[in-house]
Design a binder for this molecule. Sequence first.
Ligand SMILES: [Ca+2]
Ligand SMILES: [Ca+2]
Ligand SMILES: [Ca+2]
Length: 137
Amino acid sequence: MKSIILGLGCGLLLAVSAIAGEQPLSNWFKALDQNGNGDISLVELQTVRNQRFSVLDANRDNVISTEEVAGSVSWSQRFFRLDRNSDGYVNLAEFEANGRSRFAIIDIDDNGKITSHEAINFQNKSHIYVTTHKVSG
Ligand SMILES: [Ca+2]
Ligand SMILES: [Ca+2]
Ligand SMILES: [Ca+2]
């Protein structure tokens, strides 16, 4: 009887991991993979991030202020990590430095390209992070 239950448990686990493996890529991957070749290069990441920088820099003075990110909770939370020299503004160099370090975190095998596999891996990790963050906070 015990072995039957164990067997059932394994089958369930396999089914769950199969579903997780087929998890569709989120829109951020498709948005970043600009040439649609199935992976993201640092250039593609920085291109999209530079566009984001222009959108965030509402008054076009080439720096992002806390006022400019006030409407976005996620950017407000990130702001002080982005502002490396702590002058109260995020310039493009600081923004790009953050992009490079994020890219390095996601690019696990360090080959200069983020594959869908690495993206899913990162997505799952951030999900765990978000969950534990919510519990502790
Ligand atoms: Ca600005
Ligand atoms: Ca700064
Ligand atoms: Ca890689």
